[in-house]
Design a protein around this ligand. Structure first.
Ligand code: BTN
Length: 275
């Protein structure tokens, strides 16, 4: 893993991460072929997007010990205090047929990676929020995929991964929605091992998506979505709150919801579980 040292808050890739990535060898594929690590940065996604816009090749990895402006989905912030989590972004340049299911594939890959590194069995909430069985409605990890296009073609997708590894002092509104691997598992968790296993999981699912299409990925996603199907959900569409019961994910990765007016597909936005 080639690191960069010195400029603008850039530091060497921490030993725990560099060693675990090196040990993972071929399993991480091209991920981390080039890496940039920050002691503190605004958002690793912003840095990765800037690199991708300047032509960075697939596999570039940007990480940080902390983020001052970490972003979540739907304009939320992602609390990123030092020493508490993994804040990673990778640059992918998917062929067009693989772009639409990349978000689901990344969710499956991150869940697999957390499982490989910790033995826990992460669950997914559409499209890619990550929970442990014990964590109930509180997330341990989230993914923010942001794409850049050239005309109609997807030029790159930056997959940003935030994983809460250990307990942190969080703002009360975040603490109500978040937990960490160590809190849930009750033992120390190696940040480096999780980073390498998650990169290996993403790379594996990404290669599978490119080579075989999305069928297995959607099936793997369904298996980890135990607790989602049959559940009452609501979401906002055109200023209206819609309600129904989540039934499935279709082959394009849309959530299929049964409403009073029939079955509908939710393709974007936030779906909330309701009691
Ligand atoms: C979510 O669940 O809302 C997605 C959270 C994604 C957070 C990660 S942390 C690394 C990367 N940089 C960011 O600014 N966001 C993502």
């Amino acid at each position: 893993m080639a690191g960069t040292i010195g400029r603008g808050g850039v530091v060497a890739v921490p030993d725990d991460v560099a060693e675990a990535m090196a040990m993972a060898g071929d399993r991480v594929g091209r991920l981390g072929c080039h890496a940039r690590w920050f002691a503190e940065v605004g958002s690793t996604n912003d840095e990765a997007i800037a690199l991708a816009n300047r032509g960075a090749e697939e596999g570039w990895l940007v990480g940080a010990d902390s983020q001052s402006a970490g972003r979540g989905r739907h304009g939320r912030s992602w609390s990123s205090p030092p020493g508490a989590g993994l804040y990673l972004s990778v640059v992918l340049r998917p062929p067009s047929h693989a772009a639409s299911l990349l978000t689901l594939a990344a969710g499956v890959g991150v869940a697999e990676g957390i499982q490989a590194a910790t033995g826990a069995e992460p669950r997914l909430k559409w499209p890619n929020d990550i929970y442990l069985v014990s964590s109930g409605p509180r997330k341990v990890a989230g993914i923010l995929a942001e794409g850049g296009t050239s005309g109609a073609r997807v030029d790159y997708v930056v997959v940003g991964i935030g994983i809460n590894v250990r307990q942190a002092i969080l703002p009360p509104e975040v603490a109500a929605r978040a937990t960490s691997l160590e809190d849930e598992l009750g033992r120390p968790i190696s940040r480096g091992a999780v980073a390498a296993a998650v990169c290996a999981g993403i790379w594996r699912q990404y290669q599978k998506l490119i080579a075989e299409g999305g069928e297995d990925i959607v099936a793997a996603w369904r298996t980890r979505a135990v607790g989602t199907f049959g559940r009452a959900v609501e979401w906002d569409s055109g200023g209206v709150t819609c309600r129904g019961v989540a039934r499935d994910v279709d082959s394009d990765g849309a959530l299929v919801v049964e409403t009073e007016l029939g079955s509908t597909r939710v393709v974007a936005g936030e779906v909330r579980w309701t009691p």
